[in-house]
Design a protein. Structure first.
Length: 395
């Protein structure tokens, strides 16, 4: 398998204007660095710009299907492929890689820019600064990557794309199931009136952070959640966390180890991002954790809390960032329906969430397989036919 520089195989590096358009509530997506996640654009998080700003912003570079967006500052080298033709603009410190299709299949470009070879080349050309690292636009065309024959590139793109298509389908299914549960709650809550407080019907907890200077507290097997773990989720099920505590770390932390099913809500800066704990989990001080006293009312409280974010924001305060205090939350009344209504809602909503969670669990397994196959295919150590067999078994 030959290696070649991007400039030698018809891949152009396209920069954009470096101005910031005025954001608005609706309009066309304006993609910024935080919107690049796991090889794709998280369209739901993008800022929006007007028709006029879109024309002006894309005068120099108009994104199109097949482009690969690259971050060149901050999280340098993260990439996302554009898989449709929706009008959009890219923001500062992002560039586009675009193949002319003659030597590099656009689908293959999507995957090779997520391979170990890509990250090795980015590290080679990286400019390390005191404040942040960056990648010069002029250097990016020098990046050398493996490029098999065009037909093989297409086959590699198809086998990896099949896994991503299933992951996308699972995400859509999970979203639909969550929407169904939320819609059923909106109907059920019509039978509710103002009832007891959160403090009356649930045990309410905060969290904490053990000393980050004590190595013995970190690197264990105990999940310890931060708000970023929750805000990054595509569905409200937290199965793992980015950092883990040891038993000593948990003992030194102002957080209990909350059991599976506990309701986790971010309560400072970003107020009202939710997850159900997939297993025993500790949390930092950016959470309010709710554990219903009657476990059969867990679904009712979860959806009740999700629907009350505007109320939480209205009573939050703080000089540096907004925060909803645990004490204030505990005094807030819960919309309370007759017990049979709430239990019936739980009997319907719980299977919907279980199916949605199972879909996301399958997606994690498929993503692991995809990320395992990718470097093997790019290096030639694994044939496309063998990869196809692995994918067929997984799907």
């Amino acid at each position: 398998m030959r290696s070649a520089a991007l400039a030698d195989v018809g891949v152009r590096v396209l920069d954009c204007d470096h101005r910031t358009p005025l954001a608005q509530l609706s309009g066309h997506p304006y993609i910024a660095i935080p919107d690049i996640q796991d090889g794709r654009v998280t369209w739901g998080t993008t800022r929006r710009i007007s028709d006029e700003d879109l024309v002006e912003w894309t005068r120099r570079t108009r994104p199109q299907r097949g482009d690969v967006i690259v971050t060149r500052r901050g999280r340098v080298g993260d990439t996302a492929a554009l898989l449709d033709d929706r009008p959009c603009a890219i923001g500062q410190n992002l560039v586009i890689l675009r193949s002319d299709g003659r030597a590099v299949h656009p689908g293959y470009l999507r995957w090779v820019t997520r391979s170990p070879a890509w990250h090795s080349e980015v590290a080679r050309l990286l400019n390390v600064g005191a404040v942040f690292s960056s990648l010069n636009v002029s250097d990016m065309s020098k990046i050398r990557l493996p490029f098999p024959r065009l037909g093989d590139q297409r086959a590699i793109a198809e086998v990896l794309g099949a896994l991503d298509d299933k992951i996308d389908a699972n995400s859509d299914l999970s979203r639909t199931l969550n929407d169904l549960a939320a819609e059923y709650f909106s109907q059920s809550v019509q039978a509710a009136g103002e009832g007891p407080t959160y403090g009356n019907v649930a045990d309410v907890f905060g969290g904490g952070t053990p000393s980050t200077k004590t190595d013995d507290y970190w690197g264990g097997e105990i999940r310890w959640a931060t708000p970023t773990d929750v805000t990054a989720l595509q569905a409200p099920y937290l199965e793992d966390t980015s950092r883990h505590l040891t038993s000593a770390g948990l003992a030194a932390c102002a957080s209990e180890l909350h059991p599976a099913g506990s309701i986790l809500m971010t309560s400072r800066a970003t107020i009202g991002a939710f997850a159900l704990a997939g297993g025993p989990t500790a949390v930092n001080q950016g959470f309010i954790v709710v554990r219903p006293k009657d476990s059969q009312l867990d679904m009712w409280l979860f959806h009740e809390m999700q629907s009350r974010v505007s109320d939480y924001l209205a009573v939050a305060n703080g000089a540096t960032f907004l925060e909803l205090s645990r004490g204030r939350f505990k005094t807030m009344p819960v919309r309370w329906a007759p017990e049979d209504v709430m239990r019936q809602f739980g009997a319907i909503a719980r299977p919907l969430h279980e199916r949605a969670r199972a879909a996301m669990h399958e997606s994690r397994s498929l993503a692991t397989l995809r990320d395992t196959l990718l470097p093997e295919l790019m290096s030639g150590r694994l044939t496309v036919k063998d990869a196809e067999h692995a994918v067929e078994e997984a799907l």
